[in-house]
Ligand binder design. Structure first.
Ligand code: R5P
Length: 288
């Protein structure tokens, strides 16, 4: 068994290696002067069971290209089985044809990974469960729900907690979170106005006087969370906590979240958060 890491999250790959007691295998990525990426695997992988850890975090296209070139290099080097470990599969958000003349890029990228050499994919908390089925190779779809639930269960009085889904699409995911904590569930009616703006209205379920845990797959621009916190405080929620698997935190997300009344935002290390994006309410749990 050998584990390699692309450039997106070497800390997570190193931690995974530590947990199973092996070293991270060396590979080298560089860029030619014409901007082409170059990847070289630095030890033999002949007949080995090989894993490549690479989240599709910013810059997504570079990380995706690095992953595909790595998969191709491993296949050319006669690896026996190649698993692409993609803790954050960003293209899962492009999962349906909801406008004319667009690509369902979640399926396109799934095809590209197979073409590049992946025999199998291991990923976490896809934006939509259906994306699992876009792959024609085996996929292990893991979840950070137990990790995040256990964290909250350790200090909150669960009889006073309601789990909140930010929209109908996330209701099943938040429902699984609520089931594990044995709490009630509330769902908010959300309309997306643009990539970064959302509008919310009706809260389905009771949040008055309860501590709310908003559970979502990712925090991207932070627009959904800011709006959800406002909606919950209008509806009379007490404290507001957040659990989200992928801390994408793009654009002005950190500034926006710093101005909201969120007691704690609990994320995981599927996406590396650089020091300049860390802030006091943000707590990262390991999924290594
Ligand atoms: C819903 O579309 C997703 O589950 C997340 O709520 C969304 O991706 C978060 O995006 P943003 O932080 O940009 O509102």
């Amino acid at each position: 068994l050998k584990i390699f890491s692309g450039g997106s999250n070497p800390d997570l790959a190193t931690e995974i290696c530590g947990n199973i007691g092996i070293h991270l295998s060396p590979m080298e990525t560089s860029r030619f002067s014409n901007d082409n990426l170059f990847v070289q695997i630095k030890e033999s992988v002949r007949e080995k069971d090989v894993f490549v850890v690479q989240s599709l975090s910013t810059p997504v296209s570079d990380h995706l290209m690095e992953l595909m070139i790595t998969l191709d290099a491993l296949r050319s080097a006669s690896a026996k089985r190649i698993t692409a470990v993609i803790p954050y599969y960003s293209y899962a958000r492009s999962d349906k044809k909801d406008a004319p003349r667009i690509s369902i890029a979640a399926r396109l990228v799934a095809d590209l990974l197979k073409t590049a050499g992946a025999d199998r994919v291991l990923t976490m908390d896809l934006h939509a469960d259906a994306v699992h089925g876009f792959f024609s190779i085996p996929v292990d779809h893991l979840t950070a729900i137990p990790t995040i639930c256990d964290y909250f269960a350790a200090f909150l009085d669960l009889s006073k907690v309601v789990v909140v889904a930010t929209d109908a699409g996330g209701a099943k995911r938040a429902g699984r979170f609520a089931k594990r904590l044995d709490t009630s569930l509330a769902i908010i009616d959300k309309r997306r106005l643009s990539d970064s703006d959302v509008q919310q209205g009706l809260v389905v379920g009771n949040v008055k006087g309860l501590d709310a845990i908003i559970f979502d797959d990712e925090i991207s621009t932070g627009g959904t969370l800011v709006s959800t916190v406002e909606t919950l405080s209008r509806a009379g929620a007490a404290k507001v906590y957040v659990g989200a698997t992928h801390p994408v935190l793009c654009g002005h997300a950190v500034e926006k979240l710093n101005q909201t009344f969120i007691s704690e935002i609990v994320v995981t290390n599927t996406v590396h958060v650089p020091v300049e994006k860390q802030f006091p309410q943000l707590k990262s749990l390991s999924v290594a």
